[in-house]
Ligand binder design. Structure first.
Ligand code: AP5
Length: 218
């Protein structure tokens, strides 16, 4: 199965793509995670991408396309994948179409998560992540037992650089301007399945699984 998951920052693409990937036995490919790893390891692509990520801007297409093309050719992606965070522009979508077509691979569905901007701001400004194990907390809905400390491993909780309120608002503006047009692009191709992602994590996953197994969105 080959899937794309689309949605604004904080809509739950990361959380849902991991769950859906596990359910269907396909690899989750997150461009945001790959870029953050590249920044942390000091790799050249990370050095170039960092300035854009910190401002909430999109990393230029030439860097992204190479990153994704290399990843899709790896062994674990040949049996299927769920792409989280790519494509984010029409030109990225066209390049992905070309690549898949050349290799006789087709998309099964594009999953679109719908969340209002106000919900995004609340989710992301309250998000904290463990600097050691990556566990995810929310100061309002899922606080750690001890402030600033991971329940699971005792690691220090940090805020993502781009989860400051001004940057979240900028990321949303970039999403509406550059990524939202993909909704019409994939709808016209008959690939789009749309989900209300303001429900609980479990309800959203159940709706996606049901839609993929029956061929309808909700
Ligand atoms: P990326 O990491 O992809 O950031 P994003 O799209 O802004 O996504 P987030 O990770 O913030 O949100 P998400 O939708 O994955 O939600 P999550 O599951 O984490 O990209 C970062 C940057 O990299 C970009 O800004 C850009 O600079 C660059 N980049 C990446 N790809 C690129 C590309 N293709 N082209 C150019 N540049 C690119 O959940 C968020 C929070 O909400 C969590 O705390 C979670 O627990 C909570 N949550 C999730 N679902 C629910 C729910 N149903 N109810 C309550 N809480 C929920």
């Amino acid at each position: 199965m080959r899937l794309i998951i689309l949605g604004p920052p904080g809509s739950g693409k990361g959380v849902q793509s991991k769950r859906i990937g596990e359910h269907f036995g396909i690899v989750q490919i997150s461009t945001g995670d790959s870029l953050r790893q590249a920044v942390a390891s000091g790799a050249e692509i990370g050095r170039q991408a960092r300035q854009y990520m910190e401002k909430g801007l999109l990393v230029p297409d030439n860097l992204m396309v190479q990153l994704v093309m290399d990843r899709l050719d790896q062994e674990d992606a040949l049996g299927g994948f769920i792409l989280d965070g790519f494509p984010r522009t029409i030109s990225q979508a066209e390049m992905l179409d070309d690549l898949l077509q050349k290799e006789d691979r087709t998309l099964d569905a594009v999953l679109e998560l719908k969340v209002r901007d106000g919900v995004v701001v609340s989710r992301l400004s309250n998000r904290r992540l463990c600097s050691q194990c990556g566990a995810d907390y929310n100061l309002v809905t899922k606080p750690p037992k001890t402030e600033g400390v991971c329940d699971r491993c005792g690691g220090r909780l940090i805020q993502r650089e781009d989860d400051r309120e001004a940057t979240i608002l900028h990321r949303l503006e970039v999403y509406h301007r550059q990524t939202e047009p993909l909704e019409a692009y994939y709808s016209n191709k008959g690939h789009l399945l749309t989900f209300d992602a303001e429900r609980s994590v479990e309800e959203v996953s159940a709706a996606i699984v049901e839609a993929l197994e029956s061929g309808t969105g909700s």
